[in-house]
Design a protein around this ligand. Structure first.
Ligand SMILES: Nc1ncnc2c1ncn2[C@@H]1O[C@H](COP(=O)(O)OP(=O)(O)OP(=O)(O)O)[C@@H](O)[C@H]1O
Ligand SMILES: [Mg+2]
Length: 500
């Protein structure tokens, strides 16, 4: 193959699902030794393109050349054999198997017909070491944090020595350090001549890492350019198909600061989860939780929502002691939580988009005051429109939506329930930038209506915009609180760094 010819060459690739045109005659060239960003709003067709390339779904038409040869894998296994490797967006690892088994599954070496477990472990350790990880490869995957599971999925893709590596939102659960570690590996692979397709909704990552950018919109190819020739405003306009509206004013507290708080937690602790947490959430305000991965943010949220019970300390809700035994207790008191891991904790795959959206509101009202079908339709349609949930109809099974659109529907569920306290755990992961703004405005609406919001996000800029106070966690302890005015990303990072 001549040095300047593309590694992967896609022409007129098309794919429909029933009436939905997911990909409309897509062209794409990926060069060896380059990192190519694939961008677009939720539902634009990114994951479908990847699934077609990997043989996870069959394309309807078009041609794909890989290293100059026709490529039409019947399954991801076949694609791997041809030199392509991927981390799918919906990772699909097996929680009750070990880390090592998950990394080598389906491509184990055999000795005398038996799986060579020692070799599998060694290979798993090697793949993880490339990501700077030394963890016990015999532990069950399901017991690992979501970030670690994501890293295991990446290690699995690295275990194949592929010439084309495709990563579909690989950094959605990773913190800065882990992302940097991954990027170092990807740059090394690029220098070795590997071609990489990289999907993300984090624009800054594209500018840090990628050489070239392709934008899809509604299943169609919009533009392909070298990264340096596609500045951020143009990239955003290409994704949205319009110039974005200016972001709304930042959220401020609607209640006086000395009003009786909605929730006050003091001295909360629980073994192996939180050592000491103090937290006050006023009515009509958004409080952010900042901290590095493993600092205890989600753990604190789980206690407030009754998933885990504290072993010390107390929670007051509206001035009364509150010790939820289960999420049901918490929901009954008007608390809602959008979980970090939507796949295992939220989406009901067999139900429609409408049913998924009205679930929490219906549960709050109980069987006696059930929502009429007309009310359900109206609520579903309202949120489909406001959040731009891309679905052919409110009755479509939610599992047919793109990853980001499922996430939007899950958020809609809790926003629709009109909670007194909404806990959002990384709500905008995997969500496109148009919808992020709409989510911020929905949060503002809740706050103006007197609700309290607890907002967990690794994107500090988002916290700073949305919150009037930010509580900083480190090593499973709250170490301080920053208040507006004077909230900034730098201040948060300083607070984390300063606390030895
Ligand atoms: N199995 C399916 N059945 C019906 N429609 C589907 C199916 N899979 C995908 N689609 C539709 O194809 C379109 C493209 O979805 P895709 O998952 O490729 O989007 P995406 O760009 O990866 O979005 P995201 O950023 O949310 O991950 C969407 O409209 C989606 O609803
Ligand atoms: Mg996707």
């Amino acid at each position: 193959m001549p040095a300047d010819s593309p590694l992967l060459s896609v022409r007129s690739l098309s794919k429909r699902f029933g009436a939905v045109v997911a990909l409309d005659s897509i062209d794409l060239d990926v060069s060896p030794g380059s990192i190519h960003a694939l961008m677009g709003e939720n539902g634009a067709g990114k994951s479908t393109l990847i699934r077609c390339l990997m043989g996870a779904v069959r394309r309807d038409g078009g041609t794909v050349l890989f290293e100059g040869t026709a490529c039409d894998p019947a399954s991801p296994r076949h694609a791997e054999a041809a030199g392509l490797s991927t981390v799918f967006q919906e990772v699909g690892l097996i929680p009750h198997m070990s880390v090592a088994e998950n990394i080598t599954l389906g491509r184990e070496s055999r000795r005398w017909g038996l799986i060579d477990r020692r070799e599998a472990r060694a290979r798993a350790r090697r793949a993880l070491a490339r990501l700077g990880l030394t963890i016990d490869v015999d532990q069950e995957l399901g017991g690992c944090s979501i970030a670690l599971q994501q890293l295991v999925a990446i290690a699995r893709a690295l275990d194949v020595s592929a010439r084309l590596l495709i990563l579909d939102e690989p950094t959605s659960s990773l913190d800065r350090r882990e992302t940097a570690e991954l990027f170092a590996v990807l740059r090394r692979l690029r220098d070795e001549g590997v071609g990489i397709i990289f999907v993300t909704h984090f624009l800054e990552q594209v500018y840090q890492l990628c050489d070239r950018i392709t934008v899809l919109r509604d299943g169609a190819h919009v533009v392909t350019r070298d990264t340096r020739d596609l500045p951020r405003p143009q990239l955003i306009a290409a994704m949205l198909g319009r110039t974005p509206a200016a972001p709304g004013a930042s959220v401020t507290s609607a209640a006086p600061a000395d009003a009786a708080p909605l929730l006050r937690a003091t001295g909360l602790r629980r073994r192996e989860s939180i050592e000491h947490a103090d937290l006050t959430i006023p009515r009509g305000a958004a409080v952010g939780l900042a901290g590095l991965l493993g600092s205890g943010r989600s753990e604190l949220a789980r206690m407030l929502f009754g998933i885990d019970r504290p072993q010390g300390g107390r929670i007051e809700l509206n001035g009364e002691t509150f010790s939820p035994r289960s999420p049901r207790d918490a929901i009954a008191r008007g608390i809602a939580l959008t979980p970090e891991n939507r796949k295992s904790d939220g989406i009901v795959p067999n139900l429609s988009v409408r049913e998924n959206i009205v679930l929490a509101l219906q549960a709050r009202r109980g069987v006696l005051r059930s929502l009429s079908r007309r009310e359900q339709d109206a609520i579903a349609d309202e949120f489909i429109a406001r959040l731009g949930i891309k679905t052919p109809h409110r009755e479509a099974p939610i599992s047919t939506l793109s990853g980001g659109n499922q996430q939007k529907a899950l958020l809609a569920r809790w926003l629709a329930a009109n909670p007194a306290l909404l806990i959002l755990d990384e709500p905008t992961r995997g969500i496109d930038i148009g919808a992020k703004q709409e989510i911020e405005s929905l949060i503002r609406g809740l706050i103006n209506g007197g609700a309290g919001v607890l907002f967990i996000s690794s994107e500090l800029s988002e916290l700073v915009r949305a919150c009037s106070r930010i509580v900083v966690l480190k090593d499973r302890r709250t170490i301080g609180e920053l208040r507006a005015p004077g909230l900034s990303e730098e201040h948060i990072l300083e607070a984390i760094a300063a606390h030895a």
